[in-house]
Each structure stands twice: as structure tokens, then as C-alpha cells.
Design a protein around this ligand. Structure first.
Ligand code: CA
Length: 242
């Protein structure tokens, strides 16, 4: 589960230590010493998670967390607060400001990575490395392989080959099964932020994905919800196949 993590921490020794450990775990790391720098980085690249120190020179981390939660573009970013404060009331204030979790300093690299993993699993299931199995499909994010179970013999399965975009699209849809996503949401979450492509790109890739699934009789899993978008559903609804 390698993601891009923004570390906002003014104590450079701690910032470096965190960055080192995150990189070792395979993550991409961005570092900011204060809120102003952090905001500039976020304007440029939307990170998958923010590690946010509570006490910062230009604005409190708490205030910044609230700001991120208010903005449409940043409201869904998972935030973990780093804090030396251990009082119950501070923890509650952090969670109320929209933080997903908090870590009390000093913390071990192991604890940090475990907390990050837990938050990502909860907040961004499509980032998880866990194998997803549903509707006769088995998708493995680690190996990027998708297998289909044979109708007559469930013990038998065969691999289907997807392009990288179709794989990400299928992974996302399966991770949020039964939920409907608009084209804009899919562009944001599957294609990534700051990619200026047209909505119909989504339709093109959905068509490709369905065509591959059609070859194994599974095209009904990816459904069009008219006027809204797409969803992965194991409830077959003929009307929704577009
Ligand atoms: Ca600090």
C-alpha cells in the first residue's frame, strides 16, 4: 500500500526521522515545516494522507485540519495528528477537528506505520493490498492479477488480463461495491488529482473493462446508473446495463 504522504512538522529531526521511515516502507514523502508550505504543496499535489503536527509556527495543526476539512478538494484526505499533548480533551479536540487518528510523541516507527495502514484501510479501501473476492472475481492488488471462477467448477479459475487503468478502475469499483460513483469522482480517485481529462475518458475505460469482462460472462458486474455514473454490483439488474 504505497501512497503519497505529506508530513507537516517543524521539528526537523522528527520530520527527517518520519520521512526516512515512510520512505523505507515504500511511501512517497513530501515534507513541510509549516502550514503555509504545506498548503502550497497540497495545491500542487493532493497527498493520500497528511501527518500533521499539532504545534506549528504559523498556525496550529488543529486549525489547519479544520481548514482541510472545509475545502471541497481536501475534505476527504485522511489526517493523522502528531501531538505531544496527551490530555483526553486534546485528543477529542483533534478528532472533532476532523483528524482520523492521532499519535502521541514519542512514538516508534512501527506504531506510526501501523496507524497509517489502519487509517488508509479504513478511509481508502482501494489503496489496500488486500485481495478482494466477489461476484466470481478475485482481484489481487499486490500482483495486479484478476482471476475469474469458472461457472461449472468453482474450484477452477482463469486469469483475465486488464490494462493498468482498467485494473485500477475495477479495483476502485470493487473496493466500494454497490456504491455509485460519478464520472468526476472516478476521475479524481482513479486517474488522480490534477489530471485534466474529459469525463468521457471514464466511459471509454468502462467500455474496455466491460468488454474484457464480457469474454468471461461477467460484464453485468459493472453497471451504469443512468444520469449518475457507475457501480460494481453483484445484484444483477438488466435495466442498468448500459
Ligand atoms: Ca511542532
Amino acid at each position: 500500500m504505497a501512497v503519497t504522504i505529506l508530513v507537516v512538522e517543524d521539528e526537523l529531526a522528527i520530520q527527517e526521522l518520519i520521512a526516512l521511515n515512510l520512505k523505507k516502507a515504500g511511501h512517497m514523502v513530501l515534507c513541510a515545516d509549516n502550514v503555509e508550505q504545506a498548503q502550497k504543496m497540497i495545491n500542487n499535489v493532493l497527498p493520500d494522507l497528511v501527518l500533521l503536527d499539532w504545534m506549528l509556527p504559523d498556525m496550529s495543526g488543529l486549525e489547519f485540519a479544520r481548514r482541510l476539512r472545509r475545502e471541497e478538494r481536501t475534505k476527504a484526505i485522511p489526517i493523522i495528528m502528531l501531538t505531544a499533548k496527551v490530555q483526553e480533551s486534546d485528543k477529542i479536540a483533534g478528532l472533532e477537528a476532523g483528524a482520523d487518528d492521532y499519535i502521541t510523541k514519542p512514538f516508534s516507527p512501527r506504531e506510526l506505520l501501523a496507524r497509517i495502514k489502519a487509517v488508509l484501510r479504513r478511509r481508502l479501501p482501494e489503496m489496500s493490498d488486500e485481495i478482494i473476492e466477489m461476484g466470481g472475481l478475485k482481484l489481487d492488488p499486490t500482483t495486479h492479477r484478476v482471476h475469474v471462477h469458472a461457472h461449472d467448477e468453482p474450484s477452477k479459475s482463469m486469469e483475465i488480463t486488464l490494462g493498468p487503468t482498467e485494473f485500477r478502475l475495477l479495483h476502485f469499483l470493487m473496493a466500494y461495491k454497490e456504491r455509485v460513483h460519478t464520472r468526476a469522482q472516478l476521475l479524481d480517485r482513479v486517474w488522480g488529482d490534477h489530471v485534466f481529462i474529459e469525463d468521457r475518458t471514464v466511459d471509454v475505460h468502462i467500455r474496455r473493462l466491460r468488454k474484457i469482462l464480457e469474454a468471461v460472462g461477467k460484464e453485468n458486474l459493472v453497471q451504469t446508473v443512468r444520469g449518475t455514473g457507475y457501480r460494481f454490483s453483484i445484484e444483477c439488474n438488466e435495466e442498468n446495463i448500459g
